[in-house]
Design a protein around this ligand. Structure first.
Ligand SMILES: Cc1cc2nc3c(=O)[nH]c(=O)nc-3n(C[C@H](O)[C@H](O)[C@H](O)COP(=O)(O)O)c2cc1C
Length: 220
């Protein structure tokens, strides 16, 4: 590896007291994030979405392959198509395709096959993962595609919250209808659908709790 492949790191050094303060502030802020299922139609400028998607695109990925595409939808005809197809899949899920255990696990969330937020939120992002790349007509390998796409989705969800907006991680499975409706190439697989906007003024969220640190952290 020759020297010119590297550039100096620009790292914003902060002293450890400030690191401690920031890490607490991040926790205090991010613990307030909630998945929102009732959205306002209040407009959000496209520039905001550009910043959020660019943030997601800055995520780490296996060999920096960045195996993702973010499709942005605001057009009402396209939303209607997506909603109709998503509700069709979800209807099947809630009427026989999901196990009894799954249905039981979903009860606290009060969800059903209706997905009105697809029509209401000002923006819909459909994230695709790229199983492989196609370069000059040839298949090129991507690495750790699920891990990479999951991390980028995490960046996006965090950025949406930090910016002051809300989202839902939605998976209307099977999601191959999205590949068809959005006319994506065959190397792309729908990964998540995320409405982005303000929550509805009277939005309610399930009363759920996160596991305490003592349950999720094991020190060696
Ligand atoms: C991979 C993934 C898929 C999800 N799919 C759905 C979904 O299809 N519909 C839905 O209403 N919520 C979905 N959720 C949201 C979860 O129900 C939610 O994250 C969880 O209940 C915790 O709530 P919180 O996000 O407010 O902390 C999904 C979340 C993840 C991470």
């Amino acid at each position: 590896m020759s020297e010119e492949n590297f550039v100096p790191l620009h790292f914003d050094y902060v002293d450890i007291e400030e690191v401690d303060r920031r890490s607490k502030a991040i926790y205090d802020n991010l613990r307030k994030r909630k998945s929102i299922r009732e959205f306002s139609s209040k407009p959000v400028p496209k520039s905001v979405i550009d910043h959020l998607i660019a943030t997601a695109g800055s995520a780490p990925s296996g060999a920096n392959k960045q195996p993702w595409t973010f499709c942005l939808i605001s057009n009402s005809d396209l939303r209607a198509k997506i909603r109709e197809a998503a509700e069709k899949e979800e209807y099947e899920n809630y009427h026989g395709r999901m196990s009894d255990e799954w249905i039981e696990d979903l009860k606290p969330f009060g969800t059903d096959w209706h997905k009105p937020f697809i029509d209401i939120a000002p923006w819909i992002v459909v994230m695709f993962k790229k199983a492989y790349d196609i370069v000059d007509g040839k298949k090129k390998k991507n690495y750790y595609v699920n891990e990479s796409a999951g991390i980028a989705a995490g960046f996006l969800i965090m950025a949406i919250h930090q910016a002051g907006l809300a989202t839902l991680t939605h998976t209307p499975s099977p999601m191959n209808f999205l590949q068809k409706i959005l006319n994506r190439p065959e190397n792309e697989r729908a990964f998540l659908l995320l409405p982005i906007g303000y929550p509805a003024e009277d939005a309610k969220v399930p009363n759920i709790v996160k596991k305490p640190l003592s349950e999720i952290l094991i020190e060696y």
